[in-house]
Structure formats: structure tokens, C-alpha cells
Design a protein around this ligand. Structure first.
Ligand code: NAP
Length: 246
């Protein structure tokens, strides 16, 4: 049997990095896309190889069509035909009310979280429908159904759009043998909170989580792993909430 070849966007750090390592231990070869942090990408690639997977790292901004084309061409050229995609790359901006949020922040969040997911999904689907098989998992957010008032409604809206895209694309690609699902994490302890200027957020929000704590990246990677695997062969169009009950 040939090994699955999976593109993981935002694979250098956080949930994406945990996903790359988990998929490697599940038997995947991994094309890891990142945008800025070369060292983190190389660290994760080393962990992927230690877990038994081949790994290629590609610096590619998922909101840029030419970068996305280069990412998929490199993945196929170095590892073989792409069989899976994890749309994990995502950003947010400083927490605050919409009335105080700048247009650049609105644009960047929508471009990475929504346009990036659309561009990567389109590129993957073009190859997958020819092979009549493939798996796509989108990383959404529990924010999509909470709305995130006072923090980042633009981020929540971009993730609600990812949920709609998951449902629609699952219906569109089901007849082509391609499954499309999403995982919706709650608050997970990664660097995304420090990047938006609130490193203590996972600790602070823990009190509002029924399970009493923030989640770990590996706990999201486990859900992604299941949706990427043949174990979930009848699941498509699903949005799996992994949020500690929040
Ligand atoms: P993170 O720790 O900040 O890591 C973000 C990753 O995405 C990094 O690998 C980063 O690359 C990459 N990235 C950012 N913009 C990119 C772009 N335009 N093109 C390619 N790669 C890009 O974030 P995280 O917390 O793991 O979040 C991962 C996903 O989970 C996101 O979609 C996020 O919205 C979602 N999520 C997170 C939480 C949470 O509480 N952490 C909750 C719900 C949903 P560099 O290393 O090069 O910067």
C-alpha cells in the first residue's frame, strides 16, 4: 500500500505541528506549509521524520494563489500525489470590539482563514477528483457558533464561513469520493493567544470551560487524525466540536 501524502497548512507550530507529528505516526508523509518561522518548521519536520514520516517544508502564504500552487507542486513532486489536506493555517488580531478593529486586521483574518482555506481546498480538490479519492479536514473554531463578542467577531465570522464551506464542499465532492470535514477547537494552549497580545487567555478562559481547562494541541490533532483516517469513512460534512464542552 502507498502511504498517504498530506498537506498540512500552518504545520510549523501549535495545532498544525501536533497534527503533522500525529499524522506521521499514523503512516502519512507530510508537506508542511508555514509562513514565517523557519526554525519552528524545521523543528517540526525533524519530529515528523522521527515519527516515521517523510516531510517537506514549504514557506507558503495560504492566502496567495501562486504560493498555494507552489506548495501543492512541491508536495506532489517530492512526496507523490497529494491524498489529503489539513487546512489549519489561521490568524486572529488583537482582541477588541469590531468598532475598534482596523481594516487591515479584518482583511488579513478573512484572507488567511477563509480565502486561504478556499484556495487550498480548490487546489487539492482539482487533483483529488481525478483520482476519485481524497480527504480534507478544515480547522474551524468554536468561535463560529459563539460569535466572540468584544474579542474578535471578524475571526468568528471567518470560521463560521469555514463551517459553511465544509458542508457545501462535502456535498459537492461526495460523488467524487472526496470527504470534507472540520474540527472546531475551543481554547487551546498555543502561541496564537500571545500573538494576539493575550498570552494568559488559555488560563483565564479555563474557568468558563465545563472540563475546567484549556485544551492541548495533541487533543485536536487526535480528532483531525480520526477524520483523516479510513476509520471515519462514512463521515463527510461533519463539524466535530472539540472544546471541553464550551
Ligand atoms: P499558532 O500556534 O499561532 O500557529 C499558527 C500556524 O499557522 C503557524 O504554523 C504559522 O506559521 C501558520 N500560519 C499563519 N498564517 C499563515 C499563512 N498565511 N500561511 C501559512 N501558514 C500560516 O495557531 P494555533 O493556535 O495552532 O491555530 C491553528 C488553527 O486552529 C487556526 O486555524 C486557528 O484559528 C484554529 N484555532 C485555534 C484555537 C486556539 O485556541 N489555539 C482555537 C480554535 C481554533 P509560522 O510559524 O511561520 O508563523
Amino acid at each position: 500500500m502507498t502511504r498517504p501524502v498530506t498537506v498540512v497548512t500552518g504545520g510549523s507550530r501549535g495545532i498544525g505541528a501536533a497534527t503533522c507529528v500525529r499524522l506521521a505516526s499514523d503512516g502519512h508523509d507530510v508537506a508542511l506549509a508555514y509562513v514565517r518561522d523557519d526554525e519552528a518548521a524545521e523543528r517540526t519536520a525533524t519530529a515528523v521524520r522521527a515519527a516515521g514520516g517523510r516531510c517537506v517544508t514549504v514557506r507558503a502564504d495560504t492566502s496567495d494563489e501562486a504560493d498555494v500552487d507552489r506548495l501543492f507542486e512541491t508536495a506532489a513532486g517530492e512526496l507523490g500525489p497529494v491524498t489529503g489536506l489539513v487546512n489549519n493555517a489561521g490568524v486572529t488580531s488583537r482582541p477588541g470590539r469590531l468598532v475598534d478593529t482596523g481594516t487591515d486586521d479584518l482583511r488579513r483574518v478573512v484572507e488567511v482563514n477563509l480565502l486561504g482555506t478556499l484556495l487550498c481546498s480548490r487546489r487539492a480538490a482539482q487533483a483529488m477528483i481525478q483520482r476519485k479519492s481524497g480527504v480534507i479536514v478544515n480547522v474551524s473554531s468554536a468561535a463560529a457558533t459563539l460569535g466572540s463578542p468584544g474579542e474578535y467577531v471578524h475571526y468568528a465570522a471567518s470560521k463560521a464561513a469555514v463551517d459553511a464551506l465544509t458542508l457545501g464542499l462535502a456535498k459537492e465532492l461526495g460523488p467524487d469520493g472526496v470527504r470534507v470535514n472540520a474540527v472546531s477547537p475551543g481554547v487551546i494552549d498555543t502561541e496564537i493567544h500571545a500573538a494576539m497580545g493575550d498570552p494568559e487567555r488559555p488560563r483565564r478562559v479555563a474557568a468558563t470551560v465545563p472540563l475546567g481547562r484549556a485544551g492541548r494541541a495533541e487533543e485536536i490533532a487526535a480528532a483531525i487524525s480520526w477524520l483523516m483516517s479510513p476509520e471515519s469513512s462514512y463521515a463527510t460534512g461533519a463539524v466535530l466540536r472539540v472544546s471541553g464542552g464550551r
